[in-house]
Write a protein that binds this ligand. Structure first.
Ligand code: 6LW
Length: 525
């Protein structure tokens, strides 16, 4: 009997221990969403987490990522997939989104800068489809957020020239039910922005960023017993920043613009933006970082290490549930694009096809080039690693000298490095060209044999190296160039580097198609 009891006890102990072992893991690497993924916003539904980030003039807009553990994320779709939701014909596109879940419905609220302003879309399945926009015409600021209070009221909070502004909103129509009120002006830092309102028990917390999205970025918080304020600032602000001396040598900089979530096990987590700097420049954009936080005895959020974050996080996490890694090579064998492909502005549906030549991505150069007025024949994906290799195999026999097609590292129209095929007289060449503001430099031109061409870019934190091959084995070097010339510090703007394939007729319609057999991307960070 005694032995039986002991065995039963040990069996139960084993079960408890193994259950515990499955419910937590230890440690992870930041950023959790690599490549251009700024202004993250997060919500939880049961044990599922969803995060959205800003996309500016890339299409489709606002990717939605899913996770079971806050660390491993899978791109499951986009909130803005139609021109009726996302017209990118003017302006600088989509700024900071917020995602919220209320009563069976997901809400994603954001701004289409100078192209309609603030709006939200809704969905019951976060992977889509998402609704047509409901426009919020009464508030011209940016960084909108929604807060669903437990009394049924919904608040729309955003920036305003006077500070952080708020109104109660009729969530069915987008009409304001109250006048707009400035609820907090922040702590005196420049650009009070990225507000989110939360309620814990009977206290409302208003978390915002200040200092601008560069090296002076910081996260500040205030609280009140009313959603309208007055808001009392946390005496220990900022709760997260790398602007101070203690973070001077940290490879992560510019942290701020956060949103928080409480996990199913009661732990608290923030997602926020930051960038990985290389010699005081960053070129792959602002990325999404994750940190746990706790509450002080005085009721304020406290982030680890005095409000700093790291690439390697040595903390307990939810049980980690990674997704299958994506195949390195896209063979273009399906009739739909892999979700990571993006277009610049609203795509010209005549400029590309997966069905014209089965198993190939066909690019049909239009009049636009990589300084686009509308949208060029151009598909790109985020450069998600500082160390990476991208290779494309392309068949392209230009019939006229204005036609070109190739591979590009593209940050903005004023900063990209292109390796491409063109023709001069009867000869085909491969060319390496750098475009940096008003400077256009052709670094190298090499004669090609007939047949397919593989174009490759190897990236390290400091440099891009371009090469080509015609047998996919022997690669001939074309040249190397610094990453920092296409960094955000050099070019300005809010975006980051993408790598992609393009074709153009440079002002005329191209008479020859560029056929992409495969595209390979491998990250090595
Ligand atoms: C965004 C603002 C910001 O609207 O950058 O870092 C702007 N914060 O909140 C664009 O991402």
């Amino acid at each position: 009997m005694k032995l039986k009891n002991t065995i039963a006890f040990l069996a139960i102990l084993c079960l408890v221990l193994s259950a515990q072992a499955q419910s937590v893991s230890f440690g992870y690497r930041n950023p959790v969403l690599t490549g251009m993924n700024p202004d993250p916003s997060i919500c939880r539904v049961g044990e599922d987490y969803y995060t959205v980030t800003s996309t500016f003039t890339w299409f489709p807009g606002v990717p939605i990522y899913h996770s079971k553990d806050l660390i491993n994320w899978k791109l499951i779709g986009y909130c803005l997939t139609r021109k009726t939701q996302l017209d990118l014909s003017k302006g600088s596109g989509i700024y900071a989104p917020t995602i919220r879940y209320n009563n069976g419905t997901f809400y994603m609220v954001t701004t289409n800068q100078r192209n309609g302003g603030n709006f939200y879309v809704t969905a019951t399945n976060p992977a889509g489809p998402w609704s047509e926009p409901i426009w919020v015409k009464e508030q011209p600021g940016i960084d909108p957020s929604l807060f669903f209070d437990d009394d049924g009221k919904v608040y729309f909070t955003s920036t305003d020239p006077g500070g952080i502004a708020q109104a109660e909103i009729d969530i069915k129509t987008g009409k304001f039910l109250t006048p707009i009120k400035i609820i907090w002006t922040g702590t005196g830092g420049r650009y009070p922005e990225g507000p989110h309102l939360y309620k814990i028990k009977d206290t409302y917390y208003l978390m915002i960023s200040e200092g601008g999205t560069e090296y002076g970025h910081m996260l500040n918080i205030a609280r009140s017993k009313s959603p309208w304020g007055p808001f009392e600032a946390n005496p220990d602000n900022p709760i997260l920043t790398h602007r101070n001396r203690n973070a001077q040598g940290n490879p992560v900089q510019g942290v701020g613009h956060a949103d928080w979530v409480q996990a199913q096990d009661g732990s608290w987590w923030m997602v926020f933006l930051g960038f990985r700097q290389e010699g005081s420049h960053h070129h792959i954009g602002r990325e999404t970082f994750l940190s746990p936080f706790t509450w002080s005895s005085k009721g304020w959020p406290v982030l680890p290490d005095g409000g700093t974050t790291n690439l390697v996080m040595k903390v307990q996490t939810l049980a980690q549930k990674p997704f299958e890694p994506l195949p390195k090579r896209d063979e273009f064998d399906r009739s739909t694009l892999e979700p990571y492909w993006n277009f610049l502005k609203n795509p010209d549906s005549l400029s590309w096809s997966l069905t014209d030549r089965k198993g190939w991505l066909r690019l049909k150069g239009n009049t636009d080039n990589l300084s686009p007025k509308k949208s060029p024949a151009f598909l790109a994906r985020r450069q998600q690693h500082l160390n990476s290799t991208a290779t494309v195999s392309m068949e392209f026999n230009p019939q006229a000298e204005n036609e070109e097609a190739g591979l590009t590292i593209y940050h903005r129209d004023n900063g990209h490095y292109d390796v491409f095929i063109r023709r001069k007289g009867r000869q085909r060449f491969i060319v390496l060209r750098y475009k940096l503001g008003s400077i256009i430099h052709e670094e190298k031109q090499v004669k090609l044999q007939s047949g397919a061409v593989q174009m490759r870019v190897n990236s390290t934190p400091k440099e891009y190296r371009f090469s080509f091959s015609q047998n996919n084995i022997d690669f001939q070097n074309l040249g190397s160039v610094e990453t920092r010339f296409i960094s955000s510090e050099t070019l300005g703007g809010f975006v980051g580097a993408f790598v992609g394939v393009y074709a153009t007729g440079n002002g005329k319609l191209s008479t020859s198609n560029a056929d992409v057999d495969w595209f390979e991307y491998e990250g090595k960070d």
